[in-house]
Ligand binder design. Structure first.
Ligand code: NDP
Ligand code: OXD
Length: 308
């Protein structure tokens, strides 16, 4: 079988040799513009449209959980091409660490203590009450459920919002647009881990952010396009939102001079909440290729009508 590899950044060699170790009989090559020799599979991150229309291609494996950079090609994507996303592949633990760090930091008032330290102040601050600190998770898929389990472990009351009802121990399930307002109104800390689709783009707009209780916190680890950045900044600056931790942005890298860099109540990280781990990801992809070759079903197939 023939497999193409494409990733716009980094050296391809370690990826090719890792994949080859799992699929010794496969013929692997890095895809370049103009390559027309047929191939069966492609392993990609942010692929150009020409690669997705490559002759013979049956299935494309995305080196990430979010497939928005593939689905943005819309109608120009070949109808019969299957798209497969990463299924956790070590990202669940990373997401749980990142979001738990942010939520625990806000809950334990660490930004306030950091400000006190800058002024050499030794002062008691009233602790938050966990019963008044429910956490809402927008998106209760593979990563959202892992985050929920971690926060439940710390004793937080966790609410989850998704398209379909979930039965997750310790988590109250909110479903669809009808229950979004109730969900937002009950989120002292709001975590966004939704896929980027036409239905979720801009979901953290001014109207929805204003539905959060005054003094709440926002943690976005999904995509920058979920957020109206001007509205978020204005609500942080007027105090309705007490702080935000943002890993993803409408423009990445976040441009120099963007107001988020200098706003002390906003924490910026460079899209590292959960990175793609080479070994575990390629092991997962190779396992799926072997299953497909044997005619067996695989998990993680993207439903193009839903957009994730
Ligand atoms: P999943 O597909 O497993 O989960 C998506 C969840 O979102 C599901 O619970 C789904 O509901 C829900 N959802 C989707 N659309 C809607 C909608 N319109 N209304 C309500 N709920 C909706 O995805 P993952 O958990 O694996 O990943 C989520 C996203 O995280 C990725 O798409 C990616 O963008 C982002 N990500 C960011 C990373 C980073 O480093 N910052 C790293 C990895 C991922 P239902 O269950 O009912 O279908
Ligand atoms: C992903 C990401 O979608 O890294 O996996 O953002």
């Amino acid at each position: 079988m023939k497999i193409l590899f494409y990733a716009p950044e980094g050296r391809p060699e370690p990826w090719l040799s890792e994949l080859q170790s799992h699929l010794p009989d496969a013929q692997l090559r890095v895809w370049h513009e103009g390559d027309q020799e047929p191939a069966d599979y492609a392993v990609v991150w942010h692929p150009p449209l020409a690669l997705l229309n490559h002759p013979g291609l049956k299935t494309v494996f995305n080196l990430g959980a979010g497939v928005d950079a593939i689905l943005r090609h819309g109608e120009q994507l070949p109808a019969g091409l299957d798209i497969v996303r990463l299924d956790d592949a070590g990202m669940g633990d990373q997401m749980a660490e990142y979001v738990s760090w942010a939520v625990l930091g806000y809950f334990r008032r660490m930004p306030d203590f950091a400000r006190q330290q800058q002024q050499a102040q030794w002062r008691f601050l009233k602790p938050n009450d966990k019963r008044q600190f429910p956490v809402g998770i927008l998106g209760m898929g593979v990563l959202g459920q892992r985050i929920a389990a971690s926060l439940s472990h710390f004793g937080f009351q966790v609410n989850g919002w998704s398209r379909s009802a979930k039965s997750v121990p310790g988590v109250t399930s909110f479903v669809g647009d009808e229950q979004l307002d109730a969900f937002l109104g009950a989120s002292r800390a709001l975590v966004c881990i939704l896929p980027l689709t036409p239905a979720t783009e801009g979901i953290l707009n001014r109207a929805n952010l204003e539905k959060l209780p005054a003094g709440s916190y926002v943690i976005n680890v999904a995509r920058g396009q979920h957020v109206d950045e001007d509205a978020l900044l204005a609500l942080v600056q007027n105090g309705h939102i007490a702080g935000a931790t943002l890993d993803v942005f409408r423009t990445e890298p976040l441009p120099p001079g963007h107001p988020f860099w200098s706003e002390p109540r906003i924490t910026v990280t460079p899209h590292i909440a959960a990175v793609t781990l080479r070994q575990v990801s390629l092991e997962q992809i190779a396992g799926k290729i072997r299953k497909l070759e044997n005619g067996e079903p695989i998990a993680g197939l993207v439903d193009r009508t839903k957009g994730y």
